[in-house]
Design a protein around this ligand. Structure first.
Ligand SMILES: NC(=O)c1ccc[n+]([C@@H]2O[C@H](COP(=O)([O-])OP(=O)(O)OC[C@H]3O[C@@H](n4cnc5c(N)ncnc54)[C@H](OP(=O)(O)O)[C@@H]3O)[C@@H](O)[C@H]2O)c1
Length: 308
């Protein structure tokens, strides 16, 4: 059986990669941060030397929301940069030929026009609130590009996923992204028999949220079809919805029938951030799951594993 080293295997993305049906055909090494601290270059190199993976999927990182990024910019730049460098350089030095590196849409310039296409990276200033994180992600992507340039046998490729939601998400309001936060809020409203739920702003801002098992599907397609995969590929839906639409869909799935009220004094963030998915489609991949099914499955996970 081929062997795959998955960094971040206990994280939200990593757990969905491990749950995908393709994972059964691979021996997957998914050390926790306690078992293998990726900030330690010597440990990472020794681990790869000892275990000789055929493929590396790099899905580990110091990940957080705007507040955490703003409070700890040193950590977000330094830790992610060091982890990326250690994983990519150690894999290359130990003769790994295939590596999938996960980026993030924060790598795009703050003022880039929508939809965001891959050639817009490094064409303008980054969003200041998560600049450090974005710089570390760009460094890892460039390192992969340079390795491919110097070594004709290397296939070190980067996927840029859009925002995700799904099983193994963080639902705690202090750490959650928009969709799990909406699920938690509307579920609470149903339990507490509230007649209204508040939405920040007018709810017309557009957001692209993909079901995390669909990213896992793209990662497995990348692993098994790495030669044809471009060096840098957005993985998203190519389609977005208003925040009001996400609230309405979640309410439908949960069966809460109250009213939404808008607090227009609250900040709304960017009007839109949408990936151009034409490169992924040319390669042959599209997200298979509908928004409704994704929300249903995520709500099931929330009920069984988070509150249950
Ligand atoms: N979630 C999203 O919406 C989203 C969207 C686009 C891109 N991505 C990208 O996908 C990747 C994974 O994100 P995620 O949402 O799965 O994050 P997550 O749930 O926070 O998981 C992060 C993982 O990284 C590991 N890690 C952190 N520091 C480490 C260290 N020093 N040594 C070893 N492992 C370490 C953690 O291990 P332990 O748990 O063992 O500490 C954890 O498994 C990131 O690169 C992120 O930028 C995520």
């Amino acid at each position: 059986m081929p062997r795959l080293l998955l960094t971040g295997g206990q994280g939200m993305v990593g757990q969905n990669i491990r749950a995908h049906h393709q994972a059964k055909s691979w021996e997957i090494l998914a050390p926790t941060s306690t078992e293998l601290d990726l900030t330690d270059e010597h440990l990472v190199r020794a681990y790869i030397k000892a275990n000789k993976p055929d493929v590396v999927v790099h899905a580990a990182g110091r990940v957080g929301g705007i507040q955490a990024n703003m409070a700890h910019p040193v950590d977000f730049l330094d830790v992610n940069n060091v982890i990326g460098r250690n994983v990519i350089m150690s894999a290359w030095a130990e003769g790994v030929r295939d590596l999938i590196n996960l980026g993030s849409t924060c790598m795009y310039p703050a003022a880039a026009p929508n939809p965001l296409s891959e050639d817009m990276i490094l064409t303008g200033p980054l969003e200041p609130t998560n600049e450090g994180y974005a710089l570390a992600k760009i460094m890892a992507m460039r390192l992969c590009n340079y390795i491919n340039r110097e070594d004709a046998g290397a296939r070190f490729k980067t996927l840029i996923p859009c925002n995700l939601f799904g099983p193994h998400d963080k639902f705690d309001p202090k750490h959650s992204h928009l969709l799990p936060a909406i699920i938690h809020k509307v579920h609470q409203a149903k339990i507490d028999k509230q007649s209204t739920v508040e939405i920040w702003g007018d709810g017309t801002a557009q957001r692209e949220f993909m079901y995390a098992p669909d990213l896992a599907d793209a990662v497995w397609c990348a692993v098994t079809d790495i030669e044809a995969l471009p060096e840098l590929t957005n993985i998203g839906l190519g389609q977005d919805h208003t925040i009001n639409h996400y609230y309405a869909e979640v309410a439908r799935v949960i069966g809460w029938t109250g009213d939404f009220v808008h607090d227009l004094t609250r900040p709304v963030g960017m009007k839109q951030k949408l990936c151009d998915t034409s490169r992924a489609q040319e390669w042959g991949w599209r997200a298979p799951t509908s928004l409704r099914t994704g929300i249903e499955e995520t709500y099931k996970f929330y009920c069984e594993r988070y509150i249950g």
